[in-house]
Design a protein around this ligand. Structure first.
Ligand code: NAP
Length: 298
């Protein structure tokens, strides 16, 4: 059962940090059981290319999470100048390595590397990010496969809080292949969480404000800080804020703060449930990656 933090009389915080900790404890227990009967711990590899600060932060957090639950992890770091052929060789080696259960290639990659070429080279049975077209197709058809980590984290959070989804109008803001599109597929499926009537909104959507105002559930994934404001949502809305943008902030030692796509202060007053940023979808994404890796090991 997840923790329920009631901030206002009406609103409940969807606490991704605590929920992810609960999931990690379950994984840790399962790993310990596997190891106690002589099986090796699940092994996740992460490929990091270049020196993108955000990517380094994400990969470090993923490796740390592996340690927490008792997984083995391997970090493969390469300079931004690596060629596509050299990166493909790493991918092929990971595909062939029986000691590796699953791996991720952290995106974005440098401009001279075609991300699709790399993605297509990943063995779908080790694709714990769930980005390979085979896994995307399986998700769309509701067949077993790896769900992309962020959408998987979002539906898990809705489930852990017992949020009603059936018959609800869900507006997904953003149509990226890693968040918006897959989460819209998951929420329209004939299962729980799902059975929503889903609208996908994007940069060409007209009357966005009135579209958002009709939403019972909003999933915001556009990368525009504090874009969704209180006047755009109705009372009682459920809000999942996926956005992570570094906003300059001189008051911080780092020189920046992390902002979501939702103006939390304004929107939370009208929400029944809302995720914070940070501490909402981010930790759930990592927990979902661990769940996928455990599934790959099984
Ligand atoms: P993306 O690939 O950059 O796509 C952004 C989407 O937002 C596009 O579909 C775009 O529309 C739409 N959009 C942009 N401006 C808009 C506007 N003014 N009105 C309506 N739609 C607009 O984004 P992404 O990779 O999904 O990431 C979105 C955000 O989530 C980013 O802040 C990212 O850092 C964050 N993220 C967080 C996690 C996590 O674990 N918490 C994971 C992944 C991503 P068009 O298609 O028309 O261009």
């Amino acid at each position: 059962m997840c923790s329920v933090i009631q901030i206002f009389e009406f609103m409940t915080l969807l606490d991704g940090l605590t929920t992810a900790q609960t999931i990690k404890k379950r994984i840790q227990t399962e790993v310990a059981e596997r190891v106690s009967v002589g099986k090796r711990p699940p092994h996740l590899a992460a490929v990091l290319v270049g020196d993108n600060g955000a990517s380094q932060t994400y990969v470090t957090a993923k490796v740390k999470a592996c340690e927490e639950v008792g997984f083995k992890s391997t970090l493969i770091q390469r300079e931004a100048e690596i060629t596509e052929q050299e990166l493909l060789k790493i991918v092929h080696d990971l595909n062939e390595n029986p000691e590796i259960d699953g791996y991720i290639v952290q995106l974005p990659l440098p401009k001279h590397i075609n991300e699709l070429h790399i993605l297509l080279a990943i063995d779908p049975s080790k694709d714990v990010d769930g980005f390979h077209p085979e896994n995307v197709g399986k998700m769309a058809l509701n067949l077993p496969g790896f769900l992309p980590a962020t959408p998987y984290g979002i539906i898990t959070l809705l489930k852990e809080y017992g949020i009603e989804t059936e018959g609800k109008h869900c507006v997904v803001l953003g149509r990226s292949s890693i968040v918006g599109l897959p989460v819209s597929i998951l929420l329209q499926r004939n299962t729980y969480p799902g059975n929503c009537t889903v609208t996908i909104a994007h940069s060409k959507t007209k009357n966005l404000k009135s579209v958002l105002q009709s939403a019972d559930i909003i999933i915001a994934a556009i990368g525009k800080p504090a874009f969704v404001t209180a006047d755009m949502v109705k009372e009682g809305v459920v809000v999942v804020d996926v956005g992570i943008t570094r906003v300059p902030d001189d008051s911080r030692k780092s020189g920046f703060r992390i902002s979501g796509d939702v103006d939390f202060q304004g929107v939370s007053v009208k929400s029944s449930f809302i995720t914070p940023v940070p501490g909402g979808v981010g930790p759930m994404t990592i927990a979902s990656l661990l769940l996928n890796t455990l599934q790959a090991a099984k």
